[in-house]
Design a protein around this ligand. Structure first.
Ligand code: GRF
Length: 202
């Protein structure tokens, strides 16, 4: 299965995919293109180093619908069959999501449906929960509302701030996202009534 990735910044989750692929842990998954929406996205340098083609579409300069149209055109050009949002901090239009229904993965740093949105760690701390974590999920029209694929719980410690909590959760994101890619590429993810079922290995 041909995967395109979209990222906005640091790209450590994208790097986790590159590394998992290099270790042979993603049989059947090809990483064919990275799209970044910010000129300074560090993810682009990671693509360069890994020999993965990348493109920049300036999300500041164009409207969301136009951004998504250009991104879709690039995805079709490289014959992408699935998309991974690896720290891509923008919402996608329903047209984009429909074009890849149940073929767009996202990684989110909280146990969804708790704490969706861009401030998951801050929101988890403000709620006083004793554990948070991360979720790999399919993207639907809502903000972090799509069917959950995999989750990992991580403790919240009394002295945590958003940075320390993020740092504790991040290594688990780096395991969950490649695992979700592996399952999708292996045809092992079925969505029934909005719930993901992980099918047994063939
Ligand atoms: C991660 O915490 C991810 O869950 C969130 O944004 C962050 C991106 O980090 N959506 P990176 O760019 O993958 O390093």
């Amino acid at each position: 299965m041909r995967f395109a990735m979209m990222a906005s910044g640091r790209g450590s989750n994208f790097q986790a995919l590159i590394d998992a692929r290099a270790r042979g842990e993603l049989p059947g998954a090809e990483l064919v293109l990275l799209i970044v929406n910010r000129r300074d996205a560090q993810a682009a340098a990671r693509a360069e180093a890994a020999g993965i083609p990348w493109e920049f579409i300036d999300s500041e300069a164009i409207a969301r619908a136009e951004f998504d149209r250009r991104a879709l055109a690039l995805l079709h050009e490289c014959r992408a069959e699935a998309v991974v949002l690896a720290g891509f901090m923008r919402l996608l239009t329903p047209e984009f999501i429909e074009a890849f229904r149940h073929r767009i993965l996202n990684i989110h740093p909280a146990l969804l449906p708790l704490f969706p949105g861009a401030h998951a760690h801050r929101d988890a701390l403000a709620a006083g929960v004793v554990e948070s974590g991360c979720s790999a999920h399919f993207v639907d029209d809502g903000v972090d509302t799509g069917p959950v694929i995999l989750q990992q719980a991580v403790p919240v410690l009394p002295d945590d701030n958003a940075e320390t909590l993020a740092a504790r959760i991040l290594p688990y994101e780096h395991r969950l996202l490649p695992e979700a890619v592996r399952l999708l590429a292996a045809g092992r993810l079925a969505v029934e009534d909005g719930i993901v079922r992980i099918l047994p290995e063939k």
